[in-house]
Design a binder for this molecule. Structure first.
Ligand SMILES: Cc1cc2nc3c(=O)[nH]c(=O)nc-3n(C[C@H](O)[C@H](O)[C@H](O)COP(=O)(O)OP(=O)(O)OC[C@H]3O[C@@H](n4cnc5c(N)ncnc54)[C@H](O)[C@@H]3O)c2cc1C
Length: 372
């Protein structure tokens, strides 16, 4: 079968793009490495900028048990704490549930899924893309969306070069039971990283952190690092000593880097983390992935209807991507520099405590407007 669009990767970016395109009656194939539902490293706090949009595509967040989060706490490595209301706020829901529900919506709209399958290579010959998978299948299409996340082997096959970054991070996630307010998201600093905690469905909390990978290496492992480094923050000490950890093992991802990438590569439109990864402390990588998918789908629809050429499709998408996200990602990177260092995190919290009027514009700088 010849598809109008093939989407590589079914996280939020890929699933939303598939839904938008299927709603416009295009033949869409989505290829995903895993089978739904599955857990994913993510803080699971979703900015409210996408809430009306998700409702409109048929996601009933309340009945899924999502939590409303409207307060923010920030603590320094030594446990100095600052709390503030969150202007726009967000909601908490696990990726296990969120991605699975979107998958079901996409399926009901006629999207074809090939699961448990990796796309290994993509070639374009004249106007047709050929996608090869690890299961030795080849699929053909007119348009490809790359939504395969932060970094994949596929980047290598596509000769996608990223500037080398000296500091790479690991991401770790747990689901826990803990005595903690459901309307609060806390970000606790530790040497070389920060750890978020916020409520999700079923009275559970997501505990997710980003750490300089040197921490893990120097401590001799994840658990050792948690005890030696993270527990120096009294808030994290309390969590690691009193919470009930629900996963048998932590969920871990490696090699997280925040260097800028390209929104279009080899005629493939990249959305979500594949186009650029915002530092998680901003708490809105998911809303960026969703917004980019909406933008890409609209332009792809224009291309398939022959209203714009491929050159225009790629130029317009790059322009829109830069306009919507480039500065947000840059600001996220600058903000991250304030954290993970004892002196800077203490100073940042002391300054913000004395000048609380600075908090609102800082949070605003990494967020977008509500998607209509
Ligand atoms: C530690 C950490 C905490 C975070 N916390 C938050 C938060 O609280 N709030 C927030 O908004 N954002 C957060 N983010 C960011 C957020 O997780 C991402 O921005 C978001 O998941 C991006 O969605 P995506 O669709 O681009 O990628 P993903 O959701 O990563 O989806 C990519 C998909 O592609 C699949 N895939 C990969 N390679 C292939 C292949 N070759 N073939 C087929 N399939 C493939 C993967 O299995 C995956 O399902 C956090 C990130 C990290 C690292």
């Amino acid at each position: 079968m010849n598809y109008d669009v093939i989407i590589v990767g079914g996280g939020l970016g890929g699933l939303i793009a598939s839904i938008q395109l299927a709603k416009s009656h295009y033949q869409v194939l989505l290829i995903e490495k895993y089978n739904y539902p599955f857990n994913k490293v993510c803080g699971e706090y979703v900015s409210n900028e996408v809430k009306p949009f998700l409702k409109e595509i048929g996601l009933d967040l309340e009945s899924l048990g999502s939590t409303n989060i409207n307060r923010f706490q920030l603590t320094s490595i030594k446990g100095k704490s600052l709390e503030t209301p969150l202007q726009m706020g967000g909601f908490g829901i696990s990726r296990y549930t969120l991605d699975y529900e979107l998958f079901k919506i996409a399926k009901s709209l006629g999207v074809t899924f090939v699961l448990n399958t990796n796309v290994d290579d993509i070639q374009k010959i004249n106007e047709t893309f050929f996608l090869e998978t690890n299961t030795n299948q080849t699929f053909e299409t007119k348009v490809v969306i790359g939504s395969y996340g932060k970094r994949a082997k596929l980047d290598k096959s596509l000769f996608r070069e990223f500037p080398t970054q000296t500091q790479a991070f690991v991401g770790v996630k747990y689901h826990i039971k803990y005595n903690f307010p459901k309307d609060l998201i806390a970000l606790h600093n530790f040497k070389g990283g920060y750890c978020g905690i916020s409520a999700i469905e079923d009275d559970k909390f997501c505990l997710c952190y980003l750490s300089d990978r040197k921490n893990v290496k120097n401590s001799g492992g994840i658990n050792e690092m948690e005890k030696e480094i993270m527990c120096q923050n009294p808030f994290l000490f309390d969590i690691f000593h009193n919470a009930e950890f629900l996963f048998e093992h932590p969920l871990v991802i490696n090699e997280i880097i925040f260097t800028p990438k390209s929104a279009v590569h080899k005629n493939i439109l990249m959305v979500g983390d594949t186009a650029g990864l915002i530092t998680p402390l901003a708490g809105n990588g998911m809303s960026i992935a969703i917004r980019a998918a909406v933008i890409a789908s609209k332009l792809i629809s224009n291309f398939l209807q022959k209203k714009i050429s491929r050159v225009e499709l790629e130029a317009n998408y790059t322009e829109e991507w830069n306009k919507n996200f480039k500065n947000r990602l840059w600001r996220g990177r600058q903000l991250q520099k304030l954290f993970g260092d004892e002196f800077n995190s203490n100073l940042a919290i002391s300054v913000l405590k004395k000048m609380p009027f600075l908090i609102k514009p800082i949070i605003r700088a990494t967020h977008g407007n509500v998607i209509q």
